[in-house]
Design a protein. Structure first.
Length: 185
């Protein structure tokens, strides 16, 4: 029986790796909180997701590569990353169709790649949550963050978490003018 299980595991691993995009294979097994920031640094944008029975699924879009991936998270770690069709990430299947069917009232900047290091405001909050989860050894769901505050020299996101019912710990994430993470205090 042990040999059968070992053989099944060895044969299934390459099949799973083939469906994981080459540039994301190192992310399988990563802690979800810190991996979100890394995905953003690699050009992916979180488009939301859904909760299953034993895991949650999130959809990530990379506009530069025109690549959609679905990430399954289980027990706080990425259990799988799979390529998905563009419509799963609310994108058209081909660029020609997208231009022909473009709604003039639609946000025209949505599909354009952002300047290097630049992210949407809600992504700053997500990035801060991930950095705080890593720094304070918490699950991202235990971290609460506010909307970013824009300043002349960058942005800041304030947040907090409860320490085993004892007291609340507050922190501030700082980002530079190009929305790159600087520090957490």
């Amino acid at each position: 029986m042990k040999r059968f299980l070992l053989l099944a595991a060895l044969l299934s691993t390459p099949a799973l790796a083939q469906n994981t995009p080459r540039g994301l294979r190192d992310m399988v097994g990563a802690r979800a909180g810190q991996a979100e920031g890394e995905l953003q640094r690699r050009g992916y944008r979180n488009l939301g997701g859904e909760k299953g029975d034993d895991r949650s699924y999130t959809y990530w879009w990379n506009a530069e590569r025109r690549q959609c991936v679905t990430i399954a998270t289980m027990e706080g770690r990425y259990s799988s990353i799979t390529s998905s069709p563009a419509p799963d990430c609310e994108q058209r299947a081909s660029g020609r169709d997208r231009e022909r069917d473009r709604d003039p009232n639609r946000d025209r900047d949505r599909d354009r790649p952002r300047a290097s290091g630049s992210v949407a405001p809600y992504e700053l909050s997500q990035l801060c949550r991930g950095q705080a989860a890593t720094r304070f050894d918490r699950r991202p769901s235990e971290i609460t963050v506010n909307a970013p505050i824009r300043q002349r020299d960058g942005s800041m996101v304030q947040g907090w978490y409860d320490r085993e019912g004892k007291r609340t710990t507050f922190f501030t994430c700082r980002f530079d003018e190009d929305d790159r993470f600087l520090s957490i205090l």
